[in-house]
Design a protein around this ligand. Structure first.
Ligand SMILES: [Zn+2]
Length: 232
């Protein structure tokens, strides 16, 4: 059976309300195998260390924790405007800066009793040092928009995401694109569904996610990063 990873993106205390909505959504669809992409200190303002209640929610939920940057804050660059609006946190960083950020994120999670062997850079934007840094800090894998990379085996495999944009002018286009990509990726072995916390502010997106998941449930098995990488 083909596989699918369900990812909840941008988990942070800032999105507590949306996270609670996400929990209801998952319960309604009876989905249990979820990967949580956690931002340790969103915009340098929402450190998990200062939101113990939210951390308890995460702990009680018990999904797989994936490190998703440190602040989710990058420089605004014209060349990346199509993909992101100042969220490419790792774009253009030096080796030292990259190391510092990943390490801070990893340590912060560890201080809360979480650990993650997988990393998804914000906006899926990497830099030439990221993989080397992740490997040196004990990470097994990294995920981009269209592929996953196993840092131990040094191999990448095609695993595209379905996602919606939450930028005003791209949002309607991404809704159309998503249904085209869903058909295009139908035969691909491992698909990823990237549901962003901001999607929960848009009723249309959430009902589309429900449709997509209902359809996918019949032909794909839900799997975690850990399971996928241990099988590779
Ligand atoms: Zn993100």
């Amino acid at each position: 059976m083909k596989r699918v990873i369900l990812e909840l993106h941008d988990i942070s205390p800032w999105y507590k309300k949306e996270f609670l909505q996400a929990l209801n959504f998952l319960e309604e669809l009876n989905l249990k195998k979820i990967s949580l992409l956690v931002i340790p200190n969103l915009w340098n303002n929402y450190s998990l260390l200062e939101y113990q209640c939210f951390v308890n929610l995460l702990r009680d939920f018990g999904g797989e924790i994936i490190l998703h940057g440190f602040t989710h804050l990058g420089k605004r660059k014209l060349v990346q405007m199509l993909w992101t609006d100042g969220e490419g946190e790792f774009e253009g960083l030096s080796l030292e800066e990259t190391h510092k950020k990943v390490k801070k994120g990893k340590i912060l999670l560890e201080n809360l009793g979480f650990s993650s062997k997988y990393f998804v850079p914000p906006a899926w934007i990497s830099n030439p040092y990221l993989e080397e840094v992740l490997w040196s800090l004990g990470f097994r894998g990294v995920a981009y928009r269209c592929k996953l990379k196993d840092l131990k085996e040094k191999k990448a495999f095609f695993s595209p995401v379905l996602t919606f944009s939450n930028r005003r002018w791209l949002s309607p286009l991404s809704i159309k694109l998503n249904s085209i990509l869903k058909t295009l990726y139908h035969y691909k072995d491992c698909l990823r569904l990237a549901i962003h916390m901001a999607d929960f502010r848009d009723f249309k997106k959430i009902s589309l996610w429900k449709e997509i998941i209902f359809e996918i449930k019949n032909c794909r098995r839900f799997i975690s990063y850990e399971e996928l990488f241990s099988q590779s």
